[in-house]
Structure formats: C-alpha cells, structure tokens
Design a binder for this molecule. Structure first.
Ligand code: TXA
Ligand code: MG
Length: 337
C-alpha cells in the first residue's frame, strides 16, 4: 500500500472520509501528537489500530470528536465540574474520561465501562473530524513502545506502506500527549499529566488530584502500565546535580567505542560545550514541543542517549518529566503505547 502524505484540501479530506468509511486507518495531525484514527463504531476498524501498532489489547483508546459534536449519546452522565472544564479548555489538549453508554465498539475501551473523549484544537484535526462526522478512535501514531510522532515524517517512518494516508498539519505545537482526566467521580483526577496542568484544572474547579498507581495495583489508566516513548538506542539518565557523574558516563562510553549524546535543557547544554548534545530548550513549552523530536533524532545519531533531568518540576514540566523518565526507563511499571 502506498502511504500518501497530504496537507488539508477538499481532495485530501474527501479521501480521508472515504478511507474512514471503508474501515481504513488514517493518521492525522493534532496539537499534541499525531493520531492513528479509525471509525470508533466499527469493531474491525478499531481492531486494525491495535494490530498496526502492536498495541496490547488491554490499553484503551481515546475517541476524538469535532467541536460541537453531541457526545451525550456516548456518555452516561457528566458531573458539573466536567462541564465547567469543557468550557474552559476545549477544544484543546484535555481528554475527559466519562461513564460510557457502550455505543462505540467494545474494543475502544477494552472492556472498561468508561470512555475517554477528546476534542483537539488543531485546525487539521477539526476539519478532518468534521468531515468524517463520526467519533474517531485514535492512539498516538507510533508503533507500540516507540516515541510518539510530532511530524508527518515520524508517522511515515513507523507506518510507511501500512496506512493509506497521513493528514499533514506540520509539526505539533504541544509536543506531548493530552492530559487524561478521570471525570467519573466526585472530584476530577489526572490519570496522565499533560499540557492542561493540575494547577490549571484546580483554578477552574477548586481541586484536582493526580493518580499514581500503587505497587502491584492495576492502574486506572491501563496505558500507564506499559513501557513507552522509548528511543531505539541505549539510554542513561541523571539528575542535573549529578552532571559530573553524567560526564564520566559519557567519557567512559566513548572510550568503549559508543557514540554518546546528552539530551538536556539549554542551561545544562551550555555547560557541555564540546560534547555531543541535543538541546531541549529553556521554557516548559519548548521542552514539551522538542522532546519527542529529539528522542527520535537521538536514536538515529547516537548509540547511547544520556538524559539529564530538567530542574523545574511543576506545571507543564510535570508532564514533560513523566514522558522523559519513561523514555529513559526510570519510572518502572509505567509504560504506554
Ligand atoms: O494527545 C493525545 O491524547 C493523543 C492524540 C492522538 O490525541 N492520543 C494519545 O493516545 O496519546 P494513546 O492511545 O497513545 O494514549 C491514551 C491514554 C492511554 O494511557 C490509555 O490507557 C488512556 O489514555 N485511556 C484511554 N481510554 C481510557 C479510559 N476509558 N479510562 C482510562 N484511561 C484511558
Ligand atoms: Mg501513545
């Protein structure tokens, strides 16, 4: 199968709609990462996503809809705080988990009685979803465990010949996946941190927790139990205060014939003059936007990628650090696809 990369036009949108109606899988730009979309009502189309990605069958998918799409037939109830959050943050990088009515394919939620819904703000995603006019189940458009894609080229690298179309909207401005928020209880609970932060949610509804699975417990968001975002090279990880140790690791690797490279924030990069470095940037938003692209660049240009943890931990950095630690295999028992 030929994989076309097309930007949005009448022709490409009609083609995308045709593929979706035929039960095919179409990749599309969103403001977070590219998604691999299929008709959420069709068992076969949804199963095709799992097969293409090599995704574990117990890791549920997010359903994407355009702004204004009536989600009431899909969800059983909506707490009042969820309506307030929808008004404040949608369309945008916030996925909300509701009690499901079970109208979409049972394979979307992998047997859970909840449904994750997202309204992306990317104009490409919006026109695609409007054209399809169906709920579109879509995980990130990467092979399971690999780094999420933030350009059409990244999607092509993982799925060339396997999907008919990538709707190209350019580089993703957000760069890490949406915040996943459980809206099934009295209070909202973040299951996956992202660009809509705990602080932002709390400023609208007063309070918001962040869920951390206890050891041995089945996580509320099954995806968090899988290895994820991994570059295809050796990795090492250090805290910024352990920079001397990291440099020692780099030198040792070089003497053993490795081709090491640091991945760190700008401030640390400046101290590593003369070493091979990839610069994550200086602000939270820059680091979110560049992380996945640099992990993919790193796996191509180095045999050992040495991550240095940025110093800032709150706000958007909570999401960036979650992805970075998992990419470098630091946070065990928490992986995704
Ligand atoms: O930004 C994003 O969310 C991107 C773009 C394409 O929209 N999508 C994405 O999908 O990151 P995926 O499949 O890579 O991650 C979905 C996450 C997983 O951790 C999954 O376990 C969780 O959402 N999830 C999906 N449905 C859920 C549900 N009903 N209850 C709890 N967690 C759910
Ligand atoms: Mg993913």
């Amino acid at each position: 199968m030929e994989t076309k990369i097309l930007s949005c036009s009448r022709g490409s949108l009609e083609l995308a709609k045709k593929y979706i109606e035929e039960g095919e899988v179409v990749a599309f730009h969103t403001e977070t990462v590219y998604g691999l979309g299929a008709n959420a009502f069709s068992d076969d189309a949804v199963l095709k996503i799992f097969e293409l990605k090599g995704r574990p069958s117990d890791n549920p998918l997010i359903v994407h809809v355009h702004q204004g799409y009536d989600i009431s037939p899909l969800i059983d109830r909506e707490p009042s705080y969820a309506a307030a959050l929808r008004k404040a943050f949608l369309p945008g990088p916030l996925t909300m988990v509701y009690p499901s009515t079970g109208k979409v394919s049972k394979y979307v939620s992998c047997g859970l009685d909840t449904l994750a819904i997202r309204v992306p703000s990317s104009p490409t995603a919006q026109v695609f979803l409007r054209e399809a006019d169906l709920p579109i189940a879509a995980p990130s458009a990467n092979l399971s465990k690999h780094v999420s894609p933030v350009t059409a080229r990244h999607v092509y690298d993982d799925f060339n010949g396997k999907i008919p179309l990538i709707l190209d909207g350019g580089a993703c401005s957000g760069g890490i996946e949406s915040t996943v928020l459980d809206c099934t209880e009295e209070l909202p609970l973040i299951l996956r941190e992202g660009l809509v932060t705990r602080e932002m949610i709390a400023s609208v509804v007063g309070d918001c927790g962040v869920y951390h699975a206890q050891k041995g417990e089945q996580p509320k968001s099954p995806g968090m139990a899988y290895k994820h975002y991994s570059p295809r090279c050796k990795t090492a990880y250090y805290l910024a205060e352990d920079l001397p140790k990291a440099i020692h690791g780099y030198e040792k690797a070089r003497s053993e014939g490795e081709d090491p490279c640091f991945l760190c924030e700008s401030e640390v990069c400046r101290k590593l003059n003369g070493y091979h470095t990839l610069d994550l940037g200086g602000t939270d938003e820059e680091m979110a936007r560049r992380l996945y692209d640099l992990l993919r660049k790193g796996e191509k240009s180095a045999t050992l990628l040495i991550g240095i943890e940025p110093k800032k931990k709150d706000g958007v950095m909570a999401g960036v650090l979650n992805r970075m630690r998992r990419a470098f295999g630091v946070e065990h028992g928490t992986e995704e696809s």
